[in-house]
Unconditional design. Sequence first.
Length: 675
Amino acid sequence: MTELLKISLPDGSVREVEQGSTPADVAAAIGPGLAKAAIAARVDGEVRDLARPFEGDAELALITSRDEADALELARHDYAHVLAEAVQALWPGTQITFGPATEDGFYYDVLAPDSRDPFSMDDLPAIEEKMREIIRADKPLVREVWNRQDLIEKWRNEGENFKAEWAGELPEGEELTVYWSGEPGSEGAWMDMCRGPHLPSTGKLDPQAFKLMRVAGAYWRGDQNNAQLTRIYGTGWLNKKQLDAHLHRLEEAAKRDHRKLGREMDLFHLQEEAHGSVFWHPNGYRIWRELEAYMRRKMDKAGYREIKTPQLMDVRQWTQSGHWGKYAENMFAVPDIVPEVDGLGDGPANPKVADDADWMAIKPMNCPAHVLVFKQGITSYRDLPIRLGEMGCCHRNEPHGALHGIMRVRQFTQDDAHIFCTEDQVIEEVRSFCRLVDEVYSDFGFDYQVKLALRPEKRFGSDQMWDKAEQELRDAVVAAGMANADYGWEELPGEGAFYAPKLEWHLTDAIGRTWQVGTIQGDRVLPERLDASYVGEDGERHRPVMLHRAIFGTFERFIGVSIEHFAGKLPLWLAPVQAVVAPIVSDVDGYAGEVLAKLEAAGLRAEADLRNEKINYKIREHSLAKVPQLLIVGKREAEEGTVALRTLGEKEQRVMSVDEAVALLKGEATPPDLR
């Protein structure tokens, strides 16, 4: 008698099936609708193919397209395989390597045959058409387990040198699986080495829901000493509606790109002479100054005391804090002696550093320095909490390829602060910070989600310490009323810092993208490592809890996010130039000067455009520069003491008295925390 397997379903029911049965069999037994809708299965928590037999009793959850995260991952994996199959069908002799799913699509690295040049953008339409042909053929995707040596020999015989190399280096004992597109061994069937899982067939993909985007160079296994391949990128979705929405977001993102708008608005530039550092122009630095003044007012009101700490500190300090062991490769270090230099004047210089030189490091973060400030003098429990804030300039040696405009840089300034408090004060301090963050992001019109990043695998501190720190953050978010779906509350296992769990604030911009910006971390490690203490009510020394927190994160990133969120149309209080007076004819230049004087007297950042240009040209120029308000004046306005107020993005202009316009703009230009 055949032994039956017990398969537990999410509704609590249990089905008995024969050995050799598959999730597809269970779906068919439940009903034809589910059998048609199912695309994969989660067996004991692992996503698997529908056709893969159960190995024993198991918990089963069937996956359909409604399970969007799983469905997208599967679809994008399949699109990558279909891409590789299409390229080899069009150009026999092409070697394939890897093709993973990505955050919004997929890619595959391939090596063109000797008979042709590397693949280019011109090849993408033909590849797309071949992919659609493969999808419409509805070829079954079939899993097989292969003997290691047999698979290596097959790859070698077919000239797939990269696949043969990789198969030979996989760990001994690891099951080597392949997937066929088509019945195994049949005419027209195609095979790739892959762990899976996959959809039941290529026909489960929507032939209109993908698009190949671009090609780029890539080295085999990321090593520039290896063969250079062509990486073909695509984006893939479950249906055409999702694809169209994604392409629209990309189009919007291109229009909003902070690098493009930064040039048009004359805010900043970047250049080779200072990799990863920003050259702020007057307009851009005005935005910075307004943000800095705003944040300084918020921190002052919340009881923070601002400090300033050194850029350079002895490496021994960073070793003691733990940062040197964790971040040394991302830190800039310099000898703390004046090096001997060969060469004078304009000749070549050859600095020589003594073998016994001590080393200093440029700070990549402010926290160790803040502990040193806290340690000056004797601190009593009555003094706590102590909130130390700093607009701290830091440096991190980010790889060149990771740099991105002002979003990811090597030199950055944080709206950084550290709260030193007792164990009993942690929850209230974090709750208060949650409310402060809400005030700030609301002032900018950002929606946000709150996430709790939990302990990573490699960390300092005991499990008991981590249990307490994580629960404190949970309790604080509950106390702030944010631990619910309205705030996107979610816990992220393994994503905490090496010394502390952290709450993260993820902003959602105008086109739906998310940006991790604000954070607060509950740290008991650094006070211990740097020997920070206070005198308790019992007269004994105690360790404070150190809360690391930031709201903007870094000024550079927050400005970049804001530029893209507002598409350059910054709120009037943030705009570097808030208003321009533009005369229609030179006869009213004097009147334009009078209007400008009134704007400036009201504290507005205003200019007059007295160039001998047509008014439509001036309007276009200042619209491109994203000036929020144009005050257009002609002979009639000069005679009547009025202006024609034209707001950026609006077609209609409003005629009003100068005093009325000044009062209106002055109100809008007042920072939100001062209204």
